[in-house]
Ligand binder design. Sequence first.
Ligand SMILES: C[S@@+](CC[C@H](N)C(=O)[O-])C[C@H]1O[C@@H](n2cnc3c(N)ncnc32)[C@H](O)[C@@H]1O
Length: 398
Amino acid sequence: MKINENDDFSFKKEIKLFEAFAGIGAQHKALKNVAKIMNWKIKVVGIIEWFIPAICSYIEIHSKKTFFKPISEKERQKILEKNFSLDSKKPVNSKRKSFIYSQYQEYIERSYKEFSNTFDISKTQYDEISKNIDIFTYSFPCQDLSNQGKQKGMNKNSGTKSSLLWEVERLLKDMNSNWNQKEMPKYLILENVPQIINKNNIKQLEKWIRVLEDLNYETKIYILNSSNFNSCQNRERAYCLSVRKDWKKEINFQFQNLEKIANKKIPLNKILDFNVDKKYFLPLLDKYSKTEFKLTKSNINKSRLINYTNFSSEAFIYDPNYNGPTLTASGANSRIKILTNNKIRRLSPKECSLYMGFSEKDYQNIKKTNLSENKIIYLFGNSIVVNVLEEIYKTLRF
Ligand SMILES: C[S@@+](CC[C@H](N)C(=O)[O-])C[C@H]1O[C@@H](n2cnc3c(N)ncnc32)[C@H](O)[C@@H]1O
């Protein structure tokens, strides 16, 4: 046999990732970072994401941008049977679908070709998903669980965005009925707001964990704050890590005590751009008097502008020598205000990228989409702090 000099003889372990509700791909980003340390090779075998700005950003961050070969008419028709969304909440109406497709054609087709995107989860079938996935992630929409939203919950058939969790149930059950146990994903990772364990939602979460149990998965729930994981952001989130039981036994997998991790607190000023553009300064706010800065239990030092607005959350300003608050996709915390050298300013989208554990290059790449700065911050606010995912991945064994 002739040896091909392009063959890879380092025999790195290949880890296959599947990202449902992929967004801008925090899961992919974290796995890439850990793969460098663990000497893994990673392959994204599929994603599910229907929101056009997220699809475009995902491509700009993660695609190798090799030569783009247009797809066949048959494949195009297949994509057009799916749904896309321009607001991440509802599908684009069928009459506008072809037009929207043509506007974002290269992004849509790249995400289909390079990452096997199936777009709308409710239109995804189990046989579009590849067998033998190592890590299957599903950070489903949180708006009906979080304190920001109306808390309509995630009950099956309730029609809420958070009830899309049960689409994951449909897919996993169909896989389970049609595949061998060994072909099922080894690990499943859910990320969502910590309200998923509050009294409104815990019954549904317990029901979900029973479904996973029946599908032969053992699950541990972690409530982790990114400020313990070398991030300057105070962001508490729930993570459910499930492992296929036969795999757990085979490799003697042990769930680690990630809650015990408490790295030294990192101040917000670690990610600040000291040459930030003056457009981020808010000179009109400097004239308001402020309450005294108060240090919270979460190591956030904040003050309130007096008589500035009736929306109290909008009036907070943060001291960058301490941790910062959770960046959200909408509301006041999508416009985090800080006080630097006695001047009030907003965080820039580049700073929001670093705040979520993405890099400056990732931000420069997302900028190529021409999305507005607010939309870019929205995408970061919806994402996951990369540092926390890295620590979870480091506990996995293959
Ligand atoms: C909480 S965000 C997840 C963000 C992601 N983890 C990241 O790293 O950016 C939920 C995602 O689900 C997507 N989504 C909502 N409904 C969907 C649907 N029907 N099909 C596919 N994706 C959907 C949203 O567009 C959003 O990007």
